[in-house]
Ligand binder design. Sequence first.
Ligand SMILES: [Zn+2]
Length: 139
Amino acid sequence: MPAPSNNKKSKAFAGRESFHRMNYLYQASMMVASKNKHLSCFYGKLCNNISKKTVLRLHPDIKRSLCKKCGLALKPGITARLDLHPENETLFQVECSQCGFKKNFVINEEYNFWLDNPESVVEVIGDGETGKKKDVTVL
Ligand SMILES: [Zn+2]
């Protein structure tokens, strides 16, 4: 039977290595996006695939900054074109420069992410190795 502290640590951060790996791949994808689009696509897709395989969710800001079709890191003016929807001005359109995939977002000033809401924080736990506090949120 494992020691109780070991069990507690592993329960608190299930998928910790996956989060680290997704974070690294996302940062690498953003960094190489302006220089090598194919490599950025590869890193973005890999990040998304790890999220799916480990059943861990990406933050909506991260999810929205990767192209859904090819995985390219969408940087406005560099790898993505931002515009109002041509037919409906309540929609905001982001177009990927690699594959041409268009994503629409509703423009609503009153909309807030659930994650920005203080009620979304269920529990604050400490990191076993660094001692830093982390928020645990429920999506
Ligand atoms: Zn794309």
